[in-house]
Design a protein around this ligand. Structure first.
Ligand code: MGD
Ligand code: MGD
Ligand code: SF4
Ligand code: MO
Length: 667
């Protein structure tokens, strides 16, 4: 019997980017564990990825190229074809389109794997050579990212590990136990050492349960709450005037705005009490060090970018940044920027062309209305039919008979079901990759543990072979994954160390903004222009709509899924049960709805049927449709995106998934 251990990295779209230790016995993976030596992983993985082998060896893995033989509007039917046949046909279709107008070819990808190689390294080269349309990758974080960049100059924040030393931790728009487990470990350590933990979230999450206090704001009102906190910081003079004078621009303007937000006004807008505002301000203004863990939950509303801007100003006003355990973390991804090779995807292959940019978050409208039309769509590392907003339009777009769709996947997802070709991709256990993170600041390498299953190939290899079939001759299309890895970073990253140790930390100061030094042009944090922007859909901003659809619906992640990944892993799906809509007892009683019954959440866009869970996790006026289920596994073949819309956020052109009014009735 031969046993070996291989070092890897978790590929999923999660801030933790854990270091993996994979045990292989007789060429089969028998265990996936967290590496004990890696500081933030400290030997623990979430339940999902502990079962990664179950995903790789899943009996429903797509292991051969498949070609569609049914109409797009009919039940999906595919036949097995050879790689040669599939690639020749795909190349000839794409070539014919490119000969007329390359930008009618639309790549669509996101963070199914966060690896730099299996992401865009080779794919991006093919798109650049063809002059294909570009994709604005906005679906997750671009509102908050834009807000943070406008305020600090880049997506930068405090070290996750330093939360352990904070005396106050505000967990704002994050269900950390679900979505950021390794941050939670540090927060819990701080809690044991006497820190106070406060959770700000419309939903009473597992994380809220474990905090000292939960403030259940209405969705999309965080900007108003931040202004209210500033009001109190000013009134009580809990301000660090020296820090503000030296490191903040635009404070006079913001100060004037904040003074218009006394606690009573904030309370009314946020659906909380004035005492909650005052108490939070007192805790924040008088505790040192105070740390804020913001997460992306709060920026999936119209005013998401501005909300992030306002919250990011708080540690600048109190001078919390002076301490390593003070400040705020939304994303750490900007720390990696100076270490990445900006030419990995070979932008020179565009040869001066600037193809159109299509926003992934409005793919429904783009497929139905873009002019010139999208003629071909190549999807990898994403499941847009399930995850993009307003699925009735997304589905209609994907069902166009004149659209040629290729999907690189592990499984027959809702998106793969609507493909012309499905190409089998390898999982993280079967390919090489290199990773950055948006939670910590280590670079990681993932070594392949086993050979590809069946006829699966890494995305890089599929795009390499597609390039050859397209007749693309630049030598860059023949570079191996090892060669791509060697080009991914600047010389500061030591590939040898990544191979032997598995990770390399970036040199980031312990208290990065203790002396200012933000990445804005003048080094000062920028408050100018930040303001509260209310939701598109709320009783205040759309009273006529709210009269028909009085409930705000949010659709945060389920603990045992990662976006729509893992929904088909039975042991995990069994833990989640079935698609649920959580509702407060008062709202259920007002509608005569019984716990456990099938209900429909609906609005003018669509109708989503799920099981009702009457639960204290929902606050009055807000229902929680936990996501993101596969449509085809829902009771009526839909998921929560049936009711979300395609209107974009104030900054970053992102979707406003959690800015959504519905009514709920018996199904
Ligand atoms: N298990 C698991 N882990 C995940 C994911 C997953 O699907 N499952 N998703 C991954 C991805 S893609 C990302 S982007 C990250 C971060 O993913 P996020 O989507 O930020 O996930 P959460 O940490 O669950 O934070 C969302 C929280 O914000 C709350 N929320 C909703 N609207 C508002 C609001 O208006 N204001 C406030 N204050 N709170 C609001 C929700 O109730 C929820 O508890 O997590 C990653 N980790
Ligand atoms: N209503 C609602 N909708 C949401 C959200 C929400 O909170 N509410 N969250 C949004 C957020 S934050 C995000 S980030 C998006 C995420 O949306 P997506 O990026 O689409 O994420 P997943 O749904 O996990 O789909 C990733 C797919 O990539 C595939 N994949 C993984 N690794 C590989 C690989 O190596 N090669 C290939 N070819 N495929 C691979 C997986 O099998 C999976 O089907 O969803 C968004 N949608
Ligand atoms: S999904 Fe997140 S917590 Fe789970 S193993 Fe991957 S990086 Fe770690
Ligand atoms: Mo995300």
């Amino acid at each position: 019997m031969s046993t070996r251990t291989v070092f890897g990295a978790c590929p999923h779209d999660c801030p933790d980017t854990c270091a993996l230790q994979v045990t292989v016995e007789n060429e089969r993976v028998i265990k996936v564990q967290g590496r004990a030596e890696h500081p933030s992983t400290h030997g623990a993985l979430c339940t999902k990825v502990s079962r990664y082998a179950e995903r790789t060896y899943h009996p429903e893995r797509v292991l051969h190229p498949l070609k569609r033989v049914s109409k797009k509007s009919e039940a999906p039917a595919f036949v097995r074809v050879s790689w040669a046949e599939a690639l020749a046909d795909i190349a000839s279709r794409l070539k014919a389109i490119a000969a007329r107008d390359g930008q009618r070819i639309q790549p669509y990808s996101y963070a199914g794997t966060m690896g730099l190689l299996q992401g865009e390294a080779m794919a991006g080269r093919v798109w650049n050579a063809l002059g294909a349309a570009r994709l604005d990758r906005t679906i997750c974080a671009s509102a908050g990212g834009a807000g943070l960049a406008m305020t600090y100059g880049h997506k930068l924040g405090m070290h996750t590990r330093h939360f352990a030393g904070a005396k106050l931790i505000v967990i704002w728009g994050s269900n950390s136990i679900t979505s950021n487990l390794h941050f939670w470990t540090y927060a819990n350590q701080a809690k044991r050492e006497g820190a106070k933990l406060i959770c700000i979230d419309p939903r009473k999450t597992e994380t809220a349960d474990k905090c000292h206090q939960h403030i259940a704001v209405l969705p999309g009102t965080d900007g108003a709450l931040a202004l209210g906190l500033m009001h109190e910081l000013i009134q009580h003079d809990w301000l660090d005037h020296d820090y503000i004078a030296r490191h903040v621009d635009g404070w006079d303007e913001l100060r004037a705005k904040a003074l218009a937000w006394p606690p009573e006004r904030v309370a009314e807008v946020c659906g909380i009490t004035a005492d909650e505002v005052r108490g939070l301000a007192r805790d924040y203004g008088t505790t040192t060090p105070a740390a804020i863990r913001m997460n992306y939950g709060l920026q999936r509303v119209r005013g998401g970018g501005n909300a992030v801007r306002l919250i990011a100003m708080l540690p600048c006003l109190t001078g919390a940044w002076r301490h390593p355990s003070g400040g705020v973390l939304l994303s750490a991804s900007g720390w990696f920027a100076p270490f990445k090779n900006p030419d990995l995807e070979r932008p020179d292959l565009l040869a001066g062309r600037t193809p159109r940019m299509v926003n992934m978050s409005t793919i429904g409208d783009a497929l139905l209305q873009a002019d010139p039309p999208i003629e071909a769509l190549v999807v990898y590392n994403s499941n847009p039919v399930a995850v993009a907003p307003e699925s009735p339009k997304v589905v209609k777009g994907f069902q166009r008979e004149d659209l040629f769709t290729v999907v690189l996947e592990h499984f027959m997802t809702d998106t793969a079901d609507l493909a012309d070709y499905v190409l089998p991709a390898t999982t993280q256990l079967e390919h090489l990759d290199v990773h950055t993170s948006y939670g910590h600041t280590d670079v990681l390498m993932n070594q392949p543990a086993i050979a590809p299953l069946g006829e699966a190939k890494p995305n890089t290899q599929i795009f390499r072979e597609l390039a050859a079939a397209l007749g693309l001759t630049d030598p860059c299309f023949r570079e191996t994954d090892e060669e791509l890895a060697a080009q991914a970073f600047t010389a500061d990253i030591d590939l040898g160390l990544l191979r032997t140790q598995g990770w390399q930390p970036l040199p980031i100061p312990e208290a990065p903004f203790a002396e200012g030094g933000f990445r804005t042009p003048n080094g000062r944090a920028n408050a100018a222009g930040a303001d509260y922007v209310p939701n598109y859909e709320s009783a205040r901003t759309a009273p006529e709509l709210a009269a028909r659809y009085p409930l705000a619906m949010i659709s945060p992640p389920a603990r045992n899924f990662l976006n729509s990944s893992f929904v088909n892993v039975k042991s995990l799906r069994d833990m989640e049960g079935e698609p649920l809509i959580e509702m407060h007892a008062d709202d259920a009683a007002a509608r005569g709805l019984a716990d456990g019954s099938l209900v429909a959440a609906f609005n003018d866009r669509g109708r989503y049927v799920a099981r009702l869970k009457v639960s204290p996790r929902a606050r009055p006026g807000v229902v929680n449709g936990l996501g993101v289920w596969w449509r085809k596994l829902g009771p009526q073949g839909t998921n929560v995106n049936e009711v979300t819309h395609q209107r974009l956020t104030d900054m970053g052109e992102a979707p406003a998934f959690y800015d959504c009014l519905v009514q709920v009735e018996h199904a």
